[in-house]
Design a protein around this ligand. Structure first.
Ligand SMILES: Nc1ncnc2c1ncn2[C@@H]1O[C@H](COP(=O)(O)OP(=O)(O)OP(=O)(O)O)[C@@H](O)[C@H]1O
Ligand SMILES: [Mg+2]
Length: 306
């Protein structure tokens, strides 16, 4: 049997926990499913999975854990129905100790199966942090999205996440030991070569080997992560997205697309308490409007503009 590739994979992550990633993944999924597209949400937050709760569902009987541990053969068998037409859920692993750190072969098997699901959109909830598992899922996706809240710690985590993802991507495209070692070195902020940013790294490689430097800088240009700001309270918070975008381009050499922002909204926690998703419970609330805006920008492959 031939399997058709999922048309698009989106993956949402962020350096910081508890900032609204699962809530937004759920909201984007519901919105796109309501537009008539076939969507599956997958909770790849191995160990901290709670996307089902964001969708107002009880803990599903089968989870990714069952697939990783081969208790079920097909990934399709762990897709659960939700309260929305066209929207399925693959719940994350609960028995986290073993599964949170799947072996490389298990991860590859999972990635391949996720890529071959016959649907329009697969949206991954990556959870927080910058572990290799998270970065790998972020990098295999067609749209790697990073979420930030307007707080200094979250901004700092965003830069750390982007740098980590960038270095891991470059590491994957080079087979040269010297270059790989240089990338490892660059991960240490106080490295002896004085490489502080991805831009410094690419320049250093260009000095060592012009041709390879050019290949890597082209790779760097192709890396276009997306940014969403959640829990916005004032205009300055909205503008922060543009500042982060500019800093990424000028100092890090990373081209970031700013998708838009979502207001801090009491409707969110009110619906969370009722175990309903805000986009269904309060579709016209400021938060729901924001979620639809960022999802539509992604669908139309465009950025947010003032
Ligand atoms: N725009 C918002 N307005 C108000 N509250 C919000 C908003 N976004 C998120 N929250 C609050 O933050 C809480 C955490 O959201 P969520 O579980 O989606 O975060 P997360 O980033 O997925 O967390 P984790 O890193 O633990 O997976 C929600 O229960 C909700 O109360
Ligand atoms: Mg979450």
């Amino acid at each position: 049997m031939t399997t058709q590739k999922a048309r698009q994979i989106w993956a949402l992550g962020g350096g910081k926990g508890g900032i609204g990633k699962s809530m937004v993944v759920g909201g984007m999924g519901i919105h796109i499913a309501q537009l008539g597209k076939k969507v599956i949400l997958a909770d790849t937050d191995l160990g901290g999975a709670n996307l089902h709760t964001c969708l107002g569902l009880p803990l599903p009987k089968v989870t990714l854990d069952d697939f990783i541990k081969r208790r079920v053969e097909k990934l399709e068998d762990v897709v659960c129905e939700t309260n929305c037409d066209n929207l399925g859920l693959i719940s994350g692993a609960q028995e986290f100790l073993a599964a949170a750190n799947p072996k490389h072969a298990q991860k590859i098997r999972l990635l391949k199966k996720l890529q071959s699901l016959d649907i329009d959109y697969l949206i991954l909830d990556l959870g927080s942090g910058t572990s290799f598992n998270i970065l790998d899922f972020f990098l295999i996706s067609d749209n790697g999205i990073i979420m930030m809240v307007p707080e200094p710690t979250s901004v700092e985590n965003t830069y750390r996440f982007l740098k980590g993802a960038f270095y891991r991507r470059l590491r994957r495209v080079t087979i040269y030991r010297e270059i790989r070692e240089l990338i490892e070195l660059a991960l240490d902020q106080k490295n002896i070569r004085g490489i502080k940013t991805p831009r410094d790294l690419v320049e250093e490689i260009e000095r060592m080997d012009k041709k390879l430097g050019r290949i890597l800088s082209e790779e760097a240009f192709k890396f276009r992560p997306k940014l969403i700001i959640n829990q916005v309270r004032m205009d300055k918070d909205i503008e922060l997205g543009f500042s982060v975008k500019n800093i990424c381009s000028q100092y890090l050499g990373i081209q970031l697309d700013y998708l838009g922002y979502i207001y801090y909204d009491d409707c969110v926690w009110q619906s969370v308490r009722k175990k309903k998703h805000p986009i269904l419970e309060y579709p016209d609330s400021k938060a729901s409007v924001g979620i639809k805006m960022v999802a539509n920008n992604l669908l139309q492959n465009q950025q947010f503009r003032l």
